[in-house]
Design a protein around this ligand. Sequence first.
Ligand code: F0G
Length: 461
Amino acid sequence: MKSFPPYRVQVVKAIPITTREEREEALARAGYNMFDLPANMVTIDLLTDSGTGAVSAAQEAGAAAADRSYAGSDSWFRFKSALEDLTSFPHLFPVHQGRAAERILFSTALKPGQISLSNTHFDTTRANVELAGAEARDLPCPEAADLDSRDPFKGNIDLGALEETLSGPDGSRVGQVLITITNNGGGGQPVSMANLKAVRALCDRFGVPFFLDAARFAENSWLIIQRENGYVGKTPKEVAQETFALADGFVASLKKDAISPMGAAIGVRDEQLAKQCEAILIATEGFRTYGGLGGHDLERVAQGLQEVVDPDYLRNRAEETAHFARLINEAGVDIVQPAGVHGLYLNAGRLLQHMPPHGFPGHALACELYLAGGIRCAELGSLYLGTFDDEHNLISPAPFELVRLAIPRRTYTLAHLEYVADVLASIAKNPESVPEYRVTHAPQLLRHFNLKLRQVPRTVS
Ligand code: F0G
């Protein structure tokens, strides 16, 4: 039997409907940078699943009744108790968003010159490791390199490489192992419980702390139940509890799996580490019982954390993403297989194989989705990961030219996703007509947010 969303829509927001001419003008004005497009020129926004989920009536009821006391508010105790229900961490702190959690935890847990090992560091995570003076090193499992492989846990860390690094000449410099669940930078693929347990054992053996970047903990738990032996019949909450129990600490952006517009948390077991985190938290974010969040967002998180582990919700969300993946495949476009939950990663390099990496096929496909259908999404290819010379020429391309279609939670209906697949099908019918792009401006810092490009006019042959 087909699943359906365990909720009905009660409040709606109109979305802008634009003409191709209006979109051409808007994108040119934005310097062909998706982050510079005004949202009122976007019809379907698949730029991110972060802070973009639809809130529930129960979340808004909590928000309306929120307690804004500076210290010890009721809203804080609800936030804390929702996190305690899922995690077993004795020290929990609220922060305004994930990157603040990263900055606080890494600036205390890591020392300059140390190494952070991960399945894949998300971009802000990498930046915060580097700001702490440490090196961020990714050790994705070998299966991740084959975009078409349907291996169930392509988000895993390469255990062999992890053990080799820990026991090798760099071993004494490893300050933390950080596992991102699900692996957003690695195609949104899940990490298995077996992999997490093996990481725990290696961290114990080498005396290194094991942290989770748990932004999508519920979706990872769901995929463990679906794909890993021994988890059928467990609830997402039980799997989440088992996951958190393995780690020494976590950072989690709660803009994803707490379905909140804002919020994040840090959890640690070590008392000394907790004291240091708390000092930085109070100095830079806010007092330990609100951490830069308003009472309303503490409440939305507390309620969202209960809603997100509902198996009916997770089943339907995962099935909608899988359905979207099938539609895209039928449209003639390949994705990173198998479909995860929070987004689909299009293989733009394969679709636009006529285009060299210096024409930025991922970005070209993203621009075409906008121009043809008002759909906004982001490139994960050479524009984001390649290296450039001083004249903004690409000197080394990324291994893959991908485009991420992130799927906001509870926000779009299947009809919206079908529309996106239709637009993709129209592009896939004539991929040679998609123009290349060149970079005209690229700052050193946070390049992909601030790039400017130009379209290369197509010469008719
Ligand atoms: N870690 C992961 C795995 C993330 O995906 C993100 C954000 C963060 C940390 C940072 O959290 O945004 O609350 O500061 N990812 C968003 C995305 C931005 O679009 O994937 P934040």
